[in-house]
Design a protein around this ligand. Structure first.
Ligand code: ADP
Ligand code: ASP
Ligand code: MG
Length: 412
């Protein structure tokens, strides 16, 4: 029995016509003899609407209730897909995450999958059903509903493909695959035929929301290759997999932009052991995620420290750090939103030099000032003014020869 897991994102089930289209596709694959498992997201916009409702009735919705609420979006779409399949004369069953055997830890809103017992899915596949699973959700040890973080249906699909030892895992979305840059930002971005887990992980973490980072992390950890492809065309998509040697020939695979960033700078910090630990443990205890961190070489026993957070966390971080900065004896604490992070990613950077120089030169020629720089083995990231982000992405995309038609530069 060849098992295929297909995930359909919100835009793929945005209305009843599209839901019928998804049902049709699943039925065709079933007729070809595949055992089909579909993972379904909430219809486009539904999760955001539910979040808005929650915040309209409560300034701080309780996490348990929020998860119960958000899971209804996936439940509805999943039941509708199963009904549409049944209407085509093929048997389908819809399962919640809990019924599908997805067990998580107790962290509401960002639960981690602890274990999957897909007995129910196996039973239904054996009886020739198409199994339709609600994405983005599981249950904790107390049997309460948990959700897996925004974009979490990707994780459901990858984790189920791993647990079922599926022959293929396909992530259907509203673009043809993973592109060299967000195709909505750069019109001449190219679809990639393949990408390594590490590259996709860096791109997802750097703002390319085509795949949830945690899903890619899971795929890498449990060696689950998957394809990202369009639910609107029959075209082959992008295969995400363990890297192979020839993948290193491409120096830069993609460019990502992460908007809505904020930069905090603490000037005149005493250059003493424990100071950074003090600052970042305060930030961590408020569950604020810090991204880039840059500390200057000290002059005269003081140093400057800058780091980035999401703009939504700026005010809280600033309030939290004010008394700490004062106590430590720092000279000044400043925070600004309106910055963006631009990243170039590629495993080829490990074996090629000059990538940083080329990026800085390209931005310099474009008159774009770089505020912070950070590097990893396969990524170089810079913080720029948000108003320069689109131009910076376009120039960088061109400079590294990623554009489909040269010379091109269409910007929406
Ligand atoms: P779904 O609802 O199917 O999960 P998402 O909206 O989460 O879809 O992800 C698809 C979107 O990701 C695309 O519409 C595209 O604008 C965006 N995106 C960002 N960066 C990239 C990239 N490098 N390649 C492809 N799509 C990207
Ligand atoms: N519906 C959830 C979200 O919008 C999960 C998903 O679509 O993957 O984040
Ligand atoms: Mg998504």
């Amino acid at each position: 029995m060849h098992v295929i897991v297909q995930k359909y994102g919100g835009t793929s089930v945005a209305d009843t016509d599209r839901i019928r289209g998804v049902a049709q596709r699943l039925v065709e694959m079933h007729r070809e003899g595949y055992a089909m498992v579909a993972v379904i997201s909430a219809m486009a916009g539904v999760t955001d609407n539910l979040l808005n409702l929650a915040h309209a009735v409560s300034a701080k919705p309780t996490p348990r209730e929020l998860d119960l609420l958000l899971a209804t979006g996936e439940n509805a779409a999943t039941a509708l897909v199963a009904m549409a399949i049944n209407a085509l004369g093929i048997r389908a069953v819809s399962l919640t995450g809990a019924e599908a055997g997805i067990l998580t830890d107790r962290t509401h809103a960002k639960a981690k999958i602890a274990n999957i017992s897909p007995r129910q899915i196996h039973n239904m596949l054996d009886e020739d059903y198409i199994v339709v699973v609600a994405g983005f959700q599981g249950q904790n040890p107390e049997g309460e509903i948990t959700t897996l973080g925004r974009g979490g249906s990707d994780l459901t699909a990858i984790a189920l493909a791993g647990a079922l030892n599926a022959d293929a895992c396909q992530i259907f979305t509203d673009v043809d695959g993973v592109f060299t840059c967000d195709p909505r930002l750069i019109k001449d971005a190219q679809k990639l035929d393949e990408i390594s887990y590490d590259e996709l992980l860096e791109m997802a973490g750097a703002g390319s929301k085509v795949m949830q980072s945690r899903a890619v992390e899971f795929a890498k950890k449990f060696a689950v290759p998957f394809e990202v492809r369009s639910s609107f065309t029959g075209l082959a998509g992008t295969l995400a997999k363990e890297e192979t040697r020839n993948m290193e020939d491409v120096v830069v695979r993609g460019v990502s932009i992460d908007r809505k960033q904020a930069k905090i700078t603490i000037r005149g910090l005493p250059d003493q052991a424990g100071v950074a630990g003090h600052i970042f443990s305060a930030i961590a205890s408020a569950n604020i995620i810090v991204d880039m961190i840059v500390q200057n070489v000290s002059t005269g026993n003081t140093t400057d420290l800058s780091f980035t957070v999401h703009e939504n966390d700026l005010e809280q971080a600033r309030q939290l750090l004010k008394p700490i900065a004062k106590k430590i004896g720092a000279v000044e604490l400043t925070g600004h939103d309106g910055v963006a992070k631009l990243s170039v990613v590629g495993i080829g950077m490990r074996s090629h030099s000059g990538v940083a120089a080329k990026l800085f030169e390209c931005l310099g020629h474009g008159g774009i000032n770089i505020q912070l720089i950070s590097t990893s083995e396969i990524k170089i990231a810079v913080v720029v003014d948000e108003k320069d982000a689109a131009t910076a992405a376009r120039l960088t995309h061109q400079a590294f020869g990623l554009a489909r038609l040269a010379p091109a530069a269409a910007l929406s």
